[in-house]
Design a protein around this ligand. Structure first.
Ligand code: 5GP
Ligand code: ZN
Length: 134
C-alpha cells in the first residue's frame, strides 16, 4: 500500500534495524521502544490486522515471533510480552498487521523507557546485541 509506513519499511524505502526477513515476514526494532529490544514482526502483504491475514502469512508471523522471541530471551535473559493491538481503540496506530515483542524486567534492560529518554535509546547497539543471537 502506497502510504503505509510498514509497507515502506518492507520495500526498504524507509530504513529500519531489520533483524529477520523472508518472503512473508520481516522483523525490525520499534523506533519508539517501550523497552530495550522492543521488536515488531510484520507481514509483507498489507493486511489491516492479524484477524485478516491468510493462514500462510499467519503461520510465517508466528514462526518469526518464536525465532525472535528466542533471540530476545537469550540476549536479555528477560521475560517477554507478545501482543498485537487491533483497532485504534485498542491502541493500534499503524494499520498494517504486526506483533509486538516487548522484553520486560531485566537488570540493565529498562522495562519502561521514559518519554524523555526516547531520543537517547541506542538502537544500533541494541540491534548489534540481538542480531548475534539470531
Ligand atoms: P501500534 O501502536 O500500531 O500497535 O504499533 C505501531 C508501532 O510502530 C509503534 O510502537 C511505533 O513506535 C512503531 N513505529 C511507527 N513508525 C515506525 C517507523 O517508521 N519505524 C519503526 N521501526 N517503527 C515505527
Ligand atoms: Zn502496509
Amino acid at each position: 500500500m502506497d502510504n503505509c509506513i510498514f509497507c515502506k519499511i518492507i520495500r526498504h524505502e524507509i530504513p529500519s534495524y531489520c533483524l529477520y526477513e523472508n518472503d512473508d515476514v520481516m522483523a525490525f526494532l520499534d523506533v519508539n521502544p517501550t523497552s530495550y529490544g522492543h521488536c515488531l514482526v510484520v507481514c509483507k502483504k498489507h493486511y489491516k490486522n492479524i484477524t485478516e491475514c491468510d493462514k500462510k502469512t499467519l503461520d510465517a508471523m508466528i514462526e518469526a515471533v518464536q525465532a525472535i522471541s528466542k533471540a530476545l530471551l537469550k540476549t536479555y535473559a528477560c521475560g517477554l510480552n507478545v501482543l498485537s493491538n487491533i483497532n485504534e481503540v485498542a491502541g493500534q496506530s499503524v494499520m498494517h498487521a504486526h506483533i509486538h515483542l516487548i522484553p520486560v524486567n531485566k537488570d540493565g534492560n529498562k522495562a519502561n523507557i521514559q518519554f524523555n529518554e526516547l531520543k537517547d535509546v541506542p538502537l544500533k547497539e541494541i540491534y548489534d546485541n540481538i542480531i548475534k543471537n539470531i
